[in-house]
Design a protein around this ligand. Structure first.
Ligand SMILES: C[S@@+](CC[C@H](N)C(=O)[O-])C[C@H]1O[C@@H](n2cnc3c(N)ncnc32)[C@H](O)[C@@H]1O
Length: 219
C-alpha cells in the first residue's frame, strides 16, 4: 500500500509504502509477543492517540534501541503517521489503527511495557461525553498492569480541569509515584523541538501545558 501524503509542514510529502508500519485494526485475543511483532527484542514504548505521529517519529529516531507502538483510532491520522515514519525509514515503530481501549483490554502482556505516553488526549468537553475520556480507573489499572516495574506513564494536556482529574485518579494508586517529567533529547534535524503536533500548535497559541510523569513501583 502506498500513500500520497499531504500534511501540514514540509516534512512528509510524496508516495511512501506504509504496509510494514501500519497495522489496520486491533486484532487477536492472545497477548502480543513484542519480539515477534518487531522481529527484535527491545524495550517497548506505547503512545496512546498518536495523531499525526510527530512524537513517535522523533522518539523512535532518538532511541533505535527501543520499539514504539502508536495506537490511533483515526484512519486518516494513523495513515499520516505511518507515512511520516516510513518516509523517515524507521523500522522500530508500528502504528495500530484502532481504539486503544480494545488494545489495552486484551493484547498487552502484563509487565511488558517500559513507557506509556498519552499526550493531549481528547478532552470530550460535553458532560455527557466525559465517559469517552481515555483516563478513568479502568485505564489506570491497565497502565499499571502493562508497565514493567520502574516503567513510566507520561502525559501532557492543555486542559487544566482534565489534568486535575487525572492527577486525582492516579493519586489513589500506590503503584504509581510522581517523578519529574524527563527533559526532551536533542531536537531531531529538520524538526522543531516539540513533543507532539498538538504541543506545537498550543505553544504557538501561547496556551499553558500541564505535564506529569509517574513511575510504577511495587505498590
Ligand atoms: C487531541 S489529539 C492529540 C494527538 C497527538 N497525541 C498530539 O499531541 O499531537 C488526540 C488523538 O487521540 C486519538 N484518539 C482518541 N481516542 C482514542 C482511542 N480511544 N484510541 C486511540 N486513539 C484515540 C484521536 O483520534 C486523536 O488523533
Amino acid at each position: 500500500m502506498t500513500m500520497e501524503s499531504s500534511t501540514t509542514g514540509s516534512d512528509i510529502k510524496g508516495s511512501v509504502d506504509i504496509d510494514s508500519t501500519l497495522i489496520e485494526g486491533i486484532v487477536g485475543d492472545r497477548p502480543i509477543v513484542w519480539r515477534e511483532l518487531f522481529s527484535a527484542d527491545r524495550p517497548v514504548e506505547i503512545e496512546v492517540g498518536s495523531g499525526k505521529g510527530l512524537f513517535l517519529a522523533n522518539a523512535a529516531a532518538r532511541r533505535p534501541d527501543r520499539s514504539f507502538v502508536g495506537l490511533e483510532v483515526s484512519r486518516k491520522y494513523a495513515r499520516e503517521a505511518a507515512a511520516r515514519i516510513a518516509k523517515a525509514g524507521l523500522t522500530n515503530v508500528k502504528l495500530m489503527r484502532g481504539d486503544a481501549r480494545i488494545f489495552f483490554d486484551r493484547p498487552v502482556p502484563p509487565a511488558s511495557v517500559e513507557t506509556i505516553h498519552v499526550y493531549f488526549p481528547d478532552p470530550w468537553w460535553k458532560r455527557r461525553h466525559r465517559k469517552r475520556r481515555i483516563f478513568n480507573d479502568w485505564f489506570v489499572d491497565r497502565v499499571i498492569v502493562s508497565l514493567v516495574r520502574g516503567g513510566e506513564l507520561r502525559l501532557a494536556t492543555d486542559v487544566s480541569e482534565y489534568y486535575e482529574s487525572i492527577i486525582k485518579l492516579i493519586a489513589r494508586r500506590a503503584e504509581l509515584i510522581a517523578v519529574d517529567f524527563p527533559e526532551p533529547g536533542e531536537p531531531i534535524a529538520g524538526e522543531a523541538d516539540y513533543l507532539t503536533n498538538f504541543e506545537r500548535k498550543y505553544r504557538i497559541e501561547g496556551r499553558s501545558i500541564y505535564r506529569a510523569c509517574y513511575q510504577k513501583t511495587n505498590g
